[in-house]
Design a protein around this ligand. Structure first.
Ligand code: G3P
Length: 217
């Protein structure tokens, strides 16, 4: 399983990118709004830093297919690595069909059940993004959704890549990987959680202590 970073925060993107652990970035309207910056500016800055797929979503207020298609084309023109993120609605699927037929990569978001994932894939989506954490939040099982989509995509040779989204912790990452997700898009805090182990910290401390005792600094 590979990783996208789910943020538009430049400092976090630089840190994760420098570590060599991400192959792209995903954004959504809430993430862009959080940074308080102009969409095109922040997207271009991200694209200049990360050599990989960058998902930019159509405006949250654009709800008709024609509007999404026009915006999607503009987003795709921003940079060669752009992926147009669309909501999984009837209008989003129509937009996905048109944009995909033009060779534009798409990421269908806000997926909460298997039928939505299958329809998104059939409409030509490059990526489907089922939301794990938000399902867990309402006492449903987000990981089971990843397992089901992954099983069905394999049986039917469906090419769309599964991005586990709304990933909240390192345990989600492990479970999504076991469930067959192609990618997980994670906030920087999850990368930090994944890296941390008290025995690693203690080990470094002991190596330093033992080394200094014999060799000094
Ligand atoms: O970008 C989509 C998704 O990852 C958002 O996650 O934490 O807002 O549910 P969250």
């Amino acid at each position: 399983m590979k990783f996208f970073l789910d943020t538009a925060n430049i400092d976090e993107i630089k840190k994760a990118n420098d570590m060599g652990v991400i192959c792209g970035v995903t954004t959504n309207p809430s993430i862009i709004a959080k940074e308080g910056r102009v969409f095109e500016e922040v997207i271009l800055e991200i694209a200049s830093l990360v050599d990989g797929a960058i998902s930019g979503e159509v405006k949250a207020t654009t709800i008709d297919a024609q509007g999404m298609i026009e915006e999607g084309r503009k987003i795709a023109q921003l940079h060669k690595n752009m992926v147009v993120k669309l909501p999984t609605t009837t209008e989003g699927l129509k937009a996905c069909k048109v944009l995909s037929s033009e060779g534009i990569k798409t990421n269908l978001t806000l997926i909460f059940n298997v039928p939505q994932a299958i329809l998104a894939a059939r409409a030509g989506a490059t990526y489907v993004s089922p939301f794990v954490g938000r399902l867990d939040d309402i006492s449903m099982n987000g990981i089971d959704l990843i397992k089901d989509i992954s099983t069905i995509f394999k049986i039917h040779n469906i090419d769309a890549k599964i991005i586990s989204a709304s990933v909240r912790n390192a345990t989600h990452v492990i479970e999504c990987a076991k469930a067959g997700a192609d990618l997980a898009t994670v906030p920087y805090s999850v990368i930090e959680q994944m890296m941390k182990h008290p025995l690693t910290d203690q080990g470094i401390e002991k190596f330093q202590k033992d080394y200094r005792a014999v060799f000094g600094e």
